[in-house]
Design a binder for this molecule. Structure first.
Ligand code: HEC
Length: 149
């Protein structure tokens, strides 16, 4: 019985803790009209799939393929495919800038990955990992600041 009471006490604590952290969600909500929200989330899932494809290519030693995936699906070349021009006007300015930072980081990754062949292997690995982490830092920066309504 005592054990059960302790269990309930712990569960109550946990439930309160999770409510507290939900209340502390300080991300700014952003409202995208109509199908644009779904469109943006579809883009997001493709971003994550692209990171997978880039890592799979790198694991095969194919930096060129990783560079292509990054540029085509996340980089500056992907803006049209993502309908960026339609969505941008609905985003607060800092969010727009974070989006641009992501596209730029992916295009920089492309250059780093393409140049990697010219570097000694260890140096190349460090620069490619560095460029990849810079892309992910832009994903995380925006996720920490904004959510969709
Ligand atoms: C400009 C802002 C921004 C950038 C940059 C960004 N995201 Fe997002 N992402 C969002 C927002 C906003 C959501 C919705 C979160 C919410 O409402 O809780 C989201 C959601 C997601 C989701 C969930 C999709 C779903 O179906 O619910 C994934 C996966 C994701 N992002 C991956 C990424 C990856 C990977 C990157 C970087 C390559 C990235 N995002 C960059 C803003 C961004």
């Amino acid at each position: 019985m005592i054990r059960l009471r302790i269990l309930f006490a712990v569960l109550t604590l946990l439930a309160n803790a999770s409510r507290a952290s939900a209340a502390e969600d300080s991300r700014q909500p952003v409202e995208l009209p109509g199908a644009m929200k779904e469109h943006m989330l579809t883009n997001m899932r493709d971003h994550l799939r692209t990171i997978e494809a880039m890592l799979a290519a790198l694991a095969k030693g194919d930096a060129k393929m990783a560079a292509e995936e990054a540029e085509k699906r996340i980089g500056m070349s992907s803006l049209d495919a993502h309908g960026a021009a339609h969505m941008a006007p609905f985003m607060p300015e800092p969010m727009r800038q974070m989006g641009t930072a992501m596209h730029r980081a992916a295009s920089r990754f492309r250059i780093v990955a393409e140049n990697a062949e010219l570097e000694p292997p260890a140096t190349a690995q460090h620069s490619v990992h560095g460029a990849l982490s810079e892309i992910l830092a832009t994903c995380n920066a925006c996720h920490a600041a904004f959510r969709l309504k």
